[in-house]
Design a binder for this molecule. Structure first.
Ligand SMILES: [Zn+2]
Length: 233
């Protein structure tokens, strides 16, 4: 009875170990392709996983062996005419007389096969990887498109192109640092985000953070459009 339960448990353990492996592969393969440090980290994780799979593989082998011994014991008990007095001894006898099991290395266990050589598993990972690569290309071309049509934002107060971009942590709106900090100094507690329709509350100096991503786009833009912007003024 309890043997079937342990098979069930092994089944569940196998599933958990499979998810664990998938997790490792997903995290490291998809996001950090060709990163040596991450590759080492991934292998470290896989080694830890491998130790567990080995351990459970050993349990599976023991479990199979016990099952076979119990089956043999059953047969022997049925053959006997008198009730058996030493069941434990008979069981031991059965266990010891078992032929060499077909599976006696953890590499051949179901647990190991399922986690490290599972064909379906590998296919799924391949598919996922391919998908991710495609979306990465999309992202790349998206960002190329963006840089082509990018135009820097205007400061809401001075209406001049933002050159030193800061944004509000509260609403994400972008301002020229000089202009917005002058404004906050003047308005003090009454200062609010100057964008029309913005519903965020009081704007303080501590709410301002540099928008480094936008800043690098602006810098790039100003480098290539230097002549144009001077003509505009
Ligand atoms: Zn705002």
């Amino acid at each position: 009875m309890s043997l079937y339960k342990s098979e069930d448990t092994l089944e569940q353990v196998t599933k958990s170990l499979q998810s664990w492996k998938k997790l490792i592969v997903d995290i490291y393969d998809d996001e950090y392709d060709n990163d040596e440090n991450k590759e080492n980290e991934k292998n470290g994780q896989l080694n830890v996983l491998q130790k567990y799979v080995e351990e459970y593989g050993q349990i599976e082998i023991d479990c199979e062996k016990t099952k076979a011994a119990l089956q043999k014991l059953d047969e022997k008990l049925e053959e006997k005419e008198k009730p058996c007095e030493d069941v434990d001894g008979l069981y031991r006898e059965c266990y010891d007389s078992l032929p060499e099991p077909s599976v006696n290395h953890y590499h051949d266990t179901r647990v190991w096969q399922a986690v490290f050589e599972g064909a379906t598993d590998v296919q799924e990972i391949h598919k996922k990887k391919k998908k991710l690569h495609e979306s990465q290309y999309e992202e790349l071309s998206d960002s190329l498109m963006c840089s082509n049509i990018f135009s820097p934002p205007l400061d809401p107060i001075s209406k001049v192109v933002v050159k030193n971009a800061y944004k509000s942590r509260k609403c994400g709106h972008v301002y020229e640092f000089e202009t917005i900090s002058d404004y906050i100094r003047q308005m003090k507690a009454k200062a609010k985000c100057p964008y029309i329709g913005c519903s965020s509350n009081q704007l303080k100096m501590s709410d301002l953070v540099q928008d480094s991503k936008l800043q690098s786009q602006i810098t790039q833009y100003l480098e290539t459009h230097n002549d144009d912007s001077e003509d505009d003024d």
